[in-house]
Design a protein around this ligand. Structure first.
Ligand code: HEM
Ligand SMILES: *[C@@H]1O[C@H](CO)[C@@H](O)[C@H](O)[C@H]1NC(C)=O
Ligand SMILES: *[C@@H]1O[C@H](CO)[C@@H](O)[C@H](O)[C@H]1NC(C)=O
Length: 181
């Protein structure tokens, strides 16, 4: 059941990348409302990435070859230990520190504390609009906000699934997420 949910999420993510690539400016002509933000902001509360995807943040982020300064110092040491400079790039790294398998709000606390794993997640803290969403779900009344995140994420997924879906030869499913086929 959990596996199925993950598959659905990943397929949804693929569909998103296909359509945003097909129409340049898609997001500037469509309105992103709070719900949409919830889905883009909250998707990485489960799942994992790999050392090769984040290595540049640990060893080669700045022009002088230092780590990404937005990474929490103690988390940086942990990540460097997990992903040594010339180590195995395929080694998995949880996207949501300490809470990889739970669909919960700890992801938002991590972003607040500089413990976001992907640069794109950590950068949610840079922009005022996305920072507000992060703050809202990282809120102190944990149970309450946890419940709200759960139901708001569901609504956001349903809503976003109705955004124009490419069919037939209109689009392509990428073989490598970051590249045209
Ligand atoms: C700007 C949007 C997004 C970016 C840049 C992004 C980027 C990424 C990256 C880089 C990974 C790690 C892949 C790897 O290391 O192999 C990942 C994993 C994942 N993403 Fe996203 N993502 C985005 C949006 C979403 C959305 C909207 C969802 C779901 C609604 C989602 C769900 C997931 C899940 C579940 C995983 C973990 C997959 C696994 O554990 O195998 N992502 N994402
Ligand atoms: C470090 O980053 C620079 C700039 O992106 C790149 O040209 C260089 O190949 C990288 N070095 C390593 C060791 O990955
Ligand atoms: C670094 O992360 C820890 C939790 O892992 C947190 O307690 C601490 O406040 C964070 N530091 C900063 C500067 O956000």
């Amino acid at each position: 059941m959990e596996g199925l949910w993950l598959v659905v999420l990943v397929i949804f993510e693929m569909a998103l990348s296909v359509q945003s690539q097909l129409r340049t400016g898609f997001y500037s002509t469509s309105c992103l409302d709070d719900h949409d933000l919830v889905t883009l902001v909250g998707a990485h509360t489960i799942g994992q990435t790999h050392c090769q995807i984040i290595r540049y943040r640990l060893y080669n982020f700045t022009a002088t070859g230092n780590a990404d300064p937005t990474i929490n110092r103690s988390f940086l040491s942990q990540l460097q230990a997990l992903c040594p400079k010339n180590g195995d790039g395929t080694k998995p790294v949880p996207l949501d520190k300490d809470s990889q398998t739970d669909f919960d709000t700890s992801f938002f606390k991590n972003v607040r504390d500089g413990n976001g794993v992907l640069e794109s997640d950590q950068r949610l803290w840079d922009d005022a609009a996305t920072r507000d969403v992060v703050k809202k779900y990282a809120g102190t009344i944990r149970g309450l906000f946890g419940l709200r995140f759960d139901s708001e994420f569901r609504q956001a997924m349903v809503k976003m699934s109705s955004i124009e879906v490419k069919t037939g030869t209109d689009g392509e499913i990428r073989k490598v997420c970051s590249k045209f086929n």
